[in-house]
Each structure stands twice: as structure tokens, then as C-alpha cells.
Write a protein that binds this ligand. Structure first.
Ligand code: DX5
Ligand code: ZN
Length: 231
């Protein structure tokens, strides 16, 4: 089911969890107040790293009712949309820098009945989203270079987040803005003030401390940041 969060949303990224105890990571996120789960799919081509495929998404789907946000860091999203949707992905987030034409990817995801998000890397201009921005559920602005969890937030993406927020508000489609990469209580507040409403969080949630406490701290920070955002 396409997902449109009704409040500021926190989406723990399973990439930072212990892969040998993924069931526990899913449960602790759900019990700790997560709004969605973020699953990072990497193919070793679009990014240098390789993670997992539809089988793992299916296994996670069987463990939770949380919406699954599937971040496709792959060269050929068109080829795999159906597999990730059938596996239980609610929102399929593809990169406009991938090989496939963005409007075709959006149309294919819609034909499947999936939610669709368009993502851009830190060094990609907002204009690259123009062919599809009016037709997606989610715009994802990466705040680290895709490929690995645990990297440092790049503050130079903040003006692009503000511009994305302004464009989404102008379009009035109700699409939401995601920030992904290096989000913690400090940077999450900055991203919220820049207009993000959906926060992917890996290391800051699955690193030190309990998942519940980490999510509470992050929620307080993004709520505080959002009060400073231009509507
Ligand atoms: C990076 C991924 C991110 C990452 C987030 O390529 O897209 O979703 O797992 O992890 P943190 O929050 O640790 O940067
Ligand atoms: Zn991601």
C-alpha cells in the first residue's frame, strides 16, 4: 500500500542493524515507535556496496505491519520493481541517476499499485527531479553519498532540502520530503527545519543505546526543528 505519513516520520534503516538478528531489530523499531522501516538495496553497480534483495524484504514483511520504504540504489530499478513490490515493499524509492528514464519508473510503479519515491544524491541538482516531482509520493534528498551507513551528514544539502520543500508545497501534491544519511538528534533537527518530514536513521538508532531511547531523542529533535521550518 502506498504510504503517506500523517506526522513527522522516523524510519530506522536496517542496514545499521545486526543482520544476524534482524527480527530483533524490526521488533525494537516497531516497539520503540518507528513509523516505517527503511531497507537499503544496493547492487554493487550503482553504488560500490552490495546488500540484499527481495527475499530479505519478504522476510521483514512477515515480521511487521510497519510500512516498508525500499531504497533502490541500483542501476536498473525497472527490472526489479515488481519483485520488491511483490515482496512487500510499500514505497519503492528509485534514483533519478539510475539508467532507467524516471517517468517510466514512476509509471511502472503506479501500474503495480506501489508508492513511489524519487531520490537524488548529494551532488545532483533538484532540477533532475523535474520530470517526475509532481507524480511521486516521496522525494528523498540524500545527505551522504549512497553506499554505506554511518557516514557524516553533509550540511551543503540543506539549501536543496529547502528548495525541494518549497517546490513540493507549490505543487500541493502532498508528497513528503525524506532526509537520508547521517541523521541524528542534531542533524535531524536541521533537516526538519529545512522542511524534511521523513527521517531515515541508521547508526543513530541502532548504534549506542536503546532503540526506544534513540527514537525518542530523535523525535524530540525533529519536532523542535520542524517548528522552525517555513511551511
Ligand atoms: C546510505 C543509505 C542510508 C543509510 C543510513 O547509502 O541510503 O539509508 O543506511 O544510515 P545512517 O543513518 O547511519 O547514515
Ligand atoms: Zn537509504
Amino acid at each position: 500500500m502506498p504510504f503517506r505519513p500523517q506526522r513527522l516520520a522516523l524510519a530506522p534503516s536496517l542496514l545499521s542493524a545486526d543482520f544476524a538478528a534482524l527480527g530483533d531489530a524490526v521488533r525494537s523499531a516497531e516497539e520503540g515507535g518507528a513509523d516505517a522501516l527503511h531497507l537499503d538495496v544496493m547492487d554493487g553497480h550503482f553504488v560500490p556496496n552490495i546488500t540484499f534483495g527481495p527475499a530479505l524484504v519478504r522476510a521483514v514483511r512477515a515480521r511487521t505491519k510497519l510500512p516498508l520504504d525500499v531504497h533502490l540504489m541500483i542501476d536498473e530499478p525497472l527490472r526489479y520493481l515488481d519483485a520488491f513490490h511483490s515482496a512487500g515493499g510499500d514505497t519503492l524509492v528509485f534514483h533519478v541517476e539510475s539508467r532507467d528514464p524516471a517517468p517510466e519508473v514512476v509509471r511502472a510503479a503506479r501500474r503495480l499499485g506501489a508508492g513511489v519515491g524519487a531520490a537524488i544524491r548529494p551532488d545532483t541538482a533538484l532540477g533532475a527531479l523535474a520530470p517526475v516531482i509532481a507524480d511521486v509520493d516521496q522525494v528523498l534528498v540524500m545527505s551522504v553519498n549512497p553506499g554505506f551507513s554511518g557516514q557524516k551528514f553533509l550540511p551543503e544539502v540543506l539549501p536543496k532540502m529547502r528548495a525541494a520543500r518549497a517546490e513540493l508545497s507549490r505543487l500541493g501534491t502532498g508528497a513528503y520530503l525524506s532526509a537520508d544519511g547521517g541523521i541524528n538528534a542534531e542533524t535531524g533537527g536541521l533537516a526538519a527545519a529545512a522542511g524534511a518530514t521523513f527521517f531515515v536513521c541508521g547508526n543513530s538508532v541502532y548504534g549506542e543505546g536503546s532503540v526506544r531511547d534513540n527514537l525518542s531523542r530523535l523525535r524530540a529533535a525533529v519536532e523542535e526543528g520542524a517548528r522552525r521550518a517555513v511551511p
